[in-house]
Each structure stands twice: as C-alpha cells, then as structure tokens.
Ligand binder design. Structure first.
Ligand SMILES: Cc1ncc(COP(=O)(O)O)c(C=O)c1O
Length: 364
C-alpha cells in the first residue's frame, strides 16, 4: 500500500490544521473530537459516535458497555486481526470461533448460530478486508436469541449493506483509524458507534476512567481519549473517504478487466454489498510459491491472518484443533493481499498481473 499518495495534496492543509490545534492549547477531547463524533455519526447515518484512542479499545469498551464480562461467550470469527478475539478475552469472556463463508470470508451466520449457547451474550462479525458481513442475517440471529450484535468495522468505513453503511446494524460497531486503514489518522485513533444514547453514555464514561466530571467515579474505566490533532486530521479526511473508496473499487474492477482472475481466485462481492477493498486478497492453492515469485519480480504482497486465532497458542485451552474450522483454515492457507490503494495506476496493476501470470506459468 501507498498511504501517502491519497492525501499528498492535502498535506499543507493538514499541517495548518495541526498548527491550529497547537495554537489552541486544547489537546484532548476538545471541539474537534466533538465535531468528529457528530460528523461520523452523520456519515454512518445511524447511532451515536464515541471517539476513543484506537479500534481495539473501541471493541473492548463496546463489550463492557453491553455488560459483557467473565462467564459470557461471544461468537466471532478466527479469520481477522488478533484484536477482535483479544478484546473479548480482555473482558474475561470467552471467544467462541465459528467458521467463515468461503465467498465473503466473513463469519458465516449459520455457523455462528450453531455456536450459540445459553452463555452467549453477543455475536461479533468482522467486515473483513472491507466487505460487510451478512448484517441482515446477523441482526435477525441476535434478535432471535436476545443477544447483542457487535460489528467490528475496523476495515470497512463507508462499506455498504443493502443501501446502509457498515456500522448501522450493530448495538455497537467499531472503527479503527490506524494509519493504514481506508480512513486513516496519523497515529492511533478509533470510534465506537452505539445504537442508543444509553450505550453511548456508558462508552463516554468508560473512556474517561468511569467519570463524567473528573471528581466522582461511577465505575472502573480506562484512559482511552482521542486527541485533537488526530480528530482535526480525521475531520479533514472524512469528506474524502467515499472518493478514496470508489478509487479502490475502480482498481478492483481493473484487476478483473486485466485478467487477474485467469490465474488466481479474485475476491467476490456478495449481492447487495459494497466492498471497499481495504485489502485486495486473492486466493491461490500455491500461495507461498506465488508470494515468492512476486517478491522476485519486485511486487509487494502480504499474508493476512495466516495463523487463525483458534489455532493460536494463547487459545489452546479452548480445545480447537487443525480441521476445526475448515473454511477459515483454507482462507488462511490460500489468501494473499496484492497491492491496493486509491492512487494505484493501471501500469502498476499491469505489472502485478504480469508477475502473477509469470508465477502461474512457472508453476504449470
Ligand atoms: C478487524 C480489526 N479489528 C480491530 C482492529 C484494531 O484496531 P486498532 O489497531 O486501531 O486498535 C483492527 C486493526 O488494526 C482490525 O483490522
């Protein structure tokens, strides 16, 4: 990825905005943070936004705001960044891993439903690589079982499901603005979206040591505040995100037109969903060979989530074994992220396709 290209032209403005924050002397949870919360809520089109220090805190505080803790189970996917499962475990709850849909690579609603027990308090799909999980099915599942729906939308700001934006189905939904995300800050930053005012109030309390006024402490919270510089940067980038997402979608369409699909399985966009290709992950049965050949040809690629969580040493006590989640394990074995960023050019994409073709013919 090339994260600088998309905002290169905005840098003089960004430097000015950061300078304004320095001049203001307000550094934490000030007017930019409040305005960003309103603007993000308006952009998502649903709920209340509470800015926090990063996407991991957004997940953990979201779980806490929903009252999830020791003894509870949360059904989720093992094919995601570690923070998803970590947040559940940090609450003292147990992650229960269900398999993914082989087409979208997101948590499969049927597999998730089969994993629900009387201790389940929430289901937490992840909009992996920028494509929303089957939110309609998850909302129904959550309502049927009387449990919460938490969307881990860290990779999917601006992605769509049936005309609605990712983040507008969950009781809680979370975003990460880590600098490599499709809506980037220039440091750590995150957001928790809450479906109700009540959940939002709990989140506000939790992000500031469990206190409203710095004098009375209603519960044990954390320090997870967003700073004004990141908020000012994010406010300037917010109106650009849809354009950047569209550029990613155009680049994905171009990979298809250039014939990449003749050599590897391309990411699929499920009907009714708008994938924003935070990462462009193809599949090949001979992934490691492909990656070596791409490296030799000077083309960058990366394996995401090659070791799914259910097989990680830290979760050994949960009793999963190789073969427990076949679709998850196949995606972990076969997935390879190819270059994808809003300013990628046709020439660069041609080079990628040429290198993939070369690797495929070497393998044949
Ligand atoms: C799916 C997913 N969940 C959670 C996170 C955590 O976000 P952060 O790095 O901002 O803590 C990330 C990104 O890093 C992510 O990709």
């Amino acid at each position: 990825m090339d994260i600088r290209g998309q905002y290169e032209q905005l840098l003089p403005e960004i430097k000015q905005l950061v300078g304004d924050v320095i001049d203001s002397g307000r550094f934490i949870l000030g007017p930019n943070v409040r305005a960003l919360e309103e603007e993000v809520a308006e952009s998502v089109g649903f709920g209340h936004a509470v800015a926090v220090a990063n996407g991991t805190d957004a997940l953990e505080l979201g779980l806490q705001a929903l009252g999830i803790g020791p003894g509870d189970e949360v059904v989720t996917t093992a094919y995601t960044f570690f923070a998803t499962a970590e947040a559940i475990a940090r609450r003292g709850a147990t992650p229960v891993f269900a398999d993914i849909d082989p087409v979208t690579l997101c948590l499969d609603p049927e597999a998730a439903e089969a994993a629900v027990s009387e201790r389940t308090r929430a289901v937490m799909p992840v909009h992996i690589f920028g494509q929303p999980a089957d939110l309609g099915a998850f909302r129904e599942l959550a309502d049927r079982h009387g449990i919460a729906l938490i969307e881990d939308a860290a990779q999917a700001f601006g992605a769509g499901y049936e005309g609605y934006r990712a983040g507008s189905y969950g009781d809680v939904a979370t975003f990460s603005f880590f600098p490599t995300k499709n809506f980037p800050a220039m440091g750590d930053a995150g957001m928790a979206m809450a479906a109700t005012q009540e959940i939002a109030e709990r989140l506000r309390l939790l992000r500031f040591h469990g206190s409203r006024d710095k004098r009375t402490f209603a519960q044990i919270g954390v320090n997870s505040r967003l700073d004004e510089m990141q908020a000012a940067i994010l406010r300037r980038f917010l109106p650009e995100v849809d354009g950047w997402n569209q550029a990613r979608r155009d680049a994905a369409a171009r990979y298809r037109e250039l014939g990449l699909g003749d050599h590897v399985a391309l990411p699929a966009e499920a009907p009714g969903r708008t994938h924003i290709y935070h990462l462009y992950v193809v599949r090949s049965p001979d992934r490691d060979h492909l990656q070596r050949r791409l490296k030799d040809a000077g083309v960058a690629s990366a394996v995401y989530y090659g070791e799914p969580h259910h097989l990680q040493p830290v979760f050994q006590s949960l009793g999963y074994r190789p073969g427990s989640l076949p679709e998850t394990e196949a995606a972990a074995r076969e997935g390879l992220a190819l270059p994808m960023f809003p300013t990628i050019t046709e020439e660069q994409q041609l080079e990628v396709v040429g290198a993939v073709r070369g690797a495929a013919s070497a393998a044949a």
